[in-house]
Design a protein around this ligand. Structure first.
Ligand SMILES: C[S@@+](CC[C@H](N)C(=O)[O-])C[C@H]1O[C@@H](n2cnc3c(N)ncnc32)[C@H](O)[C@@H]1O
Length: 200
């Protein structure tokens, strides 16, 4: 299970086309969230970690959000994204380990979670919560989706429950929303929670 902490594991999945998590489109609940944001948020600093093929980043960019940063430690999807979006600022496309981003260098207004939490080793979940909180500006938000399913497997996606998430996030975040998403992609209908959390 430790190999999911290594970029090689994910790079190999991209190279072999074994990317079952990839929806090939922006996740519908996240598109709906982005669509209701006011014009005044277009210059907010946004992070999408474990972005993979980064459909959400592409969508934000198309909608005129100018300060979006994508991070993934596998080079393949980063290269591919650059080909698809040649006008996306190269300095906002970062091949790095999320856990090694320094909060001194990176501070965001909001962060978008999309099948990243379920990809990391579950033993690192508290570290994930702490790092998310550290990378957010005061009152910054963590927005996204989490699986509300126990997949019962020793490989990603690693699932979880609403109760577990509430307990893990509560020390660092106010949980404004964490409930079953009503507008998920058909393949994920009923299996994911939409969350809107505010850093304490
Ligand atoms: C299941 S995929 C999801 C990709 C994308 N969010 C999506 O929904 O299509 C998980 C992604 O997280 C990346 N990843 C896993 N651990 C990471 C880490 N510690 N730092 C940066 N990226 C990581 C992987 O390379 C992979 O692209």
């Amino acid at each position: 299970m430790d190999n999911v902490n290594q970029p090689e594991f994910w790079q190999q999945r991209y190279e072999s086309g074994s990317i079952q998590w990839d929806m090939g489109q922006v996740s519908p609940p996240l598109k709906a969230y982005i669509d209701q944001l006011p014009e005044s948020t277009k210059d907010q600093r946004i992070l999408v970690p474990g972005a993979g093929n980064a459909y959400e980043v592409g969508y934000l960019h198309e909608q005129g959000f100018t300060n979006v940063v994508l991070v993934d430690f596998a080079p393949a999807p980063i290269k591919d994204f650059a080909k698809r979006y040649p006008d996306f600022p190269a300095e906002h496309s970062i091949c790095a380990d999320f856990f090694e981003l320094s909060p001194k260098d990176y501070q965001f207004d909001w962060i978008l979670e999309q099948t990243f939490f379920c990809a990391i080793n579950p033993s690192r979940r508290d570290e994930y919560v702490e790092q998310m909180a550290a990378l957010l500006k005061p009152n910054g938000k963590l927005i996204g989706l989490l699986f509300n399913v126990d997949f019962g497997r020793d490989e990603p996606p690693f699932g979880g429950t609403l109760k577990e998430y509430q307990k893990r996030f509560a020390p660092y975040f106010n949980i404004d929303v964490m409930e079953t998403s009503t507008n998920s992609h058909p393949a994920r209908q009923g299996s994911e929670l939409f969350m809107s959390l505010q850093a304490k």
